[in-house]
Write a protein that binds this ligand. Structure first.
Ligand code: ADP
Ligand code: MG
Length: 598
């Protein structure tokens, strides 16, 4: 077994390793550290998230830096502010027994003058996001013309995020003789372009997909109908009372909405996405690290690389567009040798994506059923009993006991237990008592869609009705653009757009029908609901279904959902609607529509 002391690291770094409690090097560390210490060569290292890449480049970098010189010698580029801060903190821990090593983080959204001042004091190592780095170079606030080492961390993600040009520009400001170390979880084409263009015969190491980090994660999927995603999410949380999780959504809007709904329903949740201010993001991350937030709802970009140990579950509220992104998501759990579960909520049409991911990660998914209300009640009861059993007795109550005993004098032990448990549990039970089965399969989904105004076809071309038209300022071209942009579809994906006076029709391939319908569920433009339904009149452009659709105003369906599916017991079974939104028509929405988000 290789030990850290076998890798060629100085004693001061070994001392830091011991303080960190790392017992033995991970595979990528074992492979990369000796190469980087001994050679002045370039390196491409491919390893999954959670495999310890930061230390793999961090220790050699610190050892190689000349701490007597204040010149910037090492540059680490990383995709997000959170990662920059995380790497900077790690490097500070690694170098705690080295004198005079300064590591400075540079990232957008914070004062550039402060960062420039820190650089000016002498930073041998700069950790930067590409955007801010480029900015500072062009303003002459940082000098990287003398660096010896350049690390590209999470290279695939930086390129994913569109930093290709920035990285090229930054690298062109660095000396040719430097060594470049590229770390990435995956090797898409753009990463190999960077490697080819900017690196000189790099050594390559690959850490197998089935190493410590990845293989400790169990992958599960749950098949639900598109609009049951949210109640299903709640059930997954309720079945795991100690959950500490990252919930991934596809868009910032969904992220914000899911987090808001969870908070309203009494969960310890928070949102993390790019539309929040840096300050808000810091607050959320701090609460998450302290476990005050149990469910961090995040976009892929915002959560990328975030290193919080002990995450028990990753929940894919929606699958990512790119298969590779799934790897990054599930890598948020099962870190540092712990086990974790990655859960995916899928609709029937997404099952094929599961198969594609299985091929990619070389691991099988387990099909699980969304727990029933009864299951959840049972789990919660046991949790409650254990909680009572394990509660530490507060000595302060001693003096109050006589009075309490007097009140409870006539209640025997068995009855007392029943009462204590009921006090906590009845509210919960009321929510889940009549909850329906959320697992979709067979005919059930069809039924629901039927209620919604049209069966969802699974193949061929699908025609839709949308409640906007010329009087809303659209023509067929602008409407097509609007739909494409909103649903994030490709250029050719929306066709046969037929724009009428107050409503329109369009077609897409059936493969994207779920995506269309879920995007346009509870979807508002300028405060007004824009609804899309599968047209009952597949070929034509005449009025659909008797033209009874008029609309949009009215209640927000999730109150109904809450009543049906329960929360953390804070609410009563409310069926109320808070009127709102629709200026479109004075009439109430038809009762059965859009009773769920998503
Ligand atoms: P990556 O960059 O590959 O996603 P990180 O460098 O963020 O992974 O490391 C993931 C976690 O593993 C961190 O919490 C880190 O402190 C821990 N870690 C790294 N190396 C070791 C090791 N040799 N032994 C134990 N824990 C480690
Ligand atoms: Mg990393």
């Amino acid at each position: 077994m290789t030990k850290f002391t076998d890798l060629g690291l100085d004693q001061s770094l070994i001392d830091a390793v011991n303080d960190l409690g790392f017992e033995k090097p991970s595979e990528v560390q074992e492979k990369a550290i000796p190469i980087l210490l001994e050679n002045e060569s370039d390196l491409v290292a491919l390893a999954q998230t959670g495999t310890g890449k930061t230390a793999a480049f961090g220790f050699p970098l610190i050892q190689k830096i000349d701490s007597d010189s204040r010149t910037t010698q090492g540059l680490i580029l990383s995709p997000t502010r959170e990662l920059c801060l995380q790497i900077t903190n790690e490097l500070k821990l690694y170098s705690k027994y080295e004198k005079n090593i300064n590591v400075v983080a540079i990232y957008g959204g914070a004062s550039i003058t402060d960062q420039a001042r820190q650089i000016k004091r002498g930073a041998q190592i700069v950790v930067a996001t590409p955007g801010r780095m480029k900015d500072m170079i062009s303003r002459g606030l940082v000098n990287i013309t003398k660096i010896d080492y350049c690390v590209l961390d999470e290279a695939d993600e930086m390129l994913n995020m569109g930093f290709f040009e920035d990285i090229k520009d930054i690298l062109s400001n660095t000396p040719d003789e430097k060594s470049t170390w590229l770390f990435s979880a995956t090797m898409p084409r753009e990463v190999s372009i960077i490697a080819k263009k900017f690196m000189h015969s790099p050594q390559e190491i690959t850490v197998g997909a089935k190493n410590s980090g990845a293989s400790t994660v169990q992958h599960e999927y749950y098949q639900v109908s598109g609009r049951d995603r949210y109640p299903a999410l709640k059930r997954l949380a309720d079945t795991n009372p100690g959950i500490f999780s990252v919930v991934f959504c596809r868009t910032k809007r969904d992220t914000q909405r899911v987090a808001e709904m969870l908070i309203e329903d009494g969960y310890n949740a928070g949102a993390l996405h790019g539309d929040l201010s840096q300050n808000q993001r810091d607050l959320v991350m701090n609460s998450f690290r302290k476990k005050q937030i149990q469910m961090l709802v995040a976009t892929d970009v915002a959560a990328r690389g975030i290193d919080v140990d002990d995450v028990t579950h990753v929940i894919n509220f929606q699958l990512p567009d790119e298969i590779e992104t799934y790897t990054h998501r599930s890598g948020r759990t099962g870190r540092a040798g712990k086990s974790g579960i990655s859960m995916v909520l899928v609709t029937r049409s997404e099952i094929r994506k599961i198969r594609a991911i299985e091929n990619k990660i070389n691991q099988k998914f387990i099909l699980k059923t969304v727990p029933t209300g009864k299951d959840i009640c049972e789990i919660q009861l046991q949790h409650l009993a254990n909680k009572i059993k394990n509660t530490e007795i507060n000595d302060e109550i001693e003096s109050h006991l006589p009075a309490i005993n007097e009140i409870l004098a006539d209640v025997d032990r068995e009855e007392l237990i029943k009462k204590i448990v009921s006090a906590e549990f009845t509210r919960f039970f009321n929510y889940y008592n009549k909850a329906k089965d959320l697992n979709s399969g067979g005919g059930r989904e069809r039924n629901e869609r039927g209620e919604r105004g049209g069966e969802v076809p699974t193949s061929g071309s699908v025609r839709y009705f949308i409640n906007v038209g010329e009087k809303d300022g659209y023509d067929w071209m602008s409407l097509k653009d609007f739909i494409r942009d909103t649903v994030q579809l490709g250029k050719e994906d929306v066709f046969k757009v037929d724009c009428k006076e107050s409503f329109s029709f369009f077609n897409t391939d059936a493969a994207v029908t779920e995506q269309i319908l879920s995007t346009f569920t509870e979807f508002k433009v300028d405060g007004r609901f824009v609804n899309v339904e599968v047209s009952k009149n597949p070929g034509g452009g005449s009025r659909r279904g008797g033209g009874r659709r008029n609309g949009s105003g009215g209640g927000r369906g999730r109150d109904r959902d809450r009543g049906r599916d329960g929360g953390r017991g804070r609410r009563s079974n409310s069926n109320s609607s808070q009127g709102g939104g629709g200026t479109f028509s004075g009439k109430r929405r038809s009762k059965r529509r859009n009773t769920d988000f998503f």
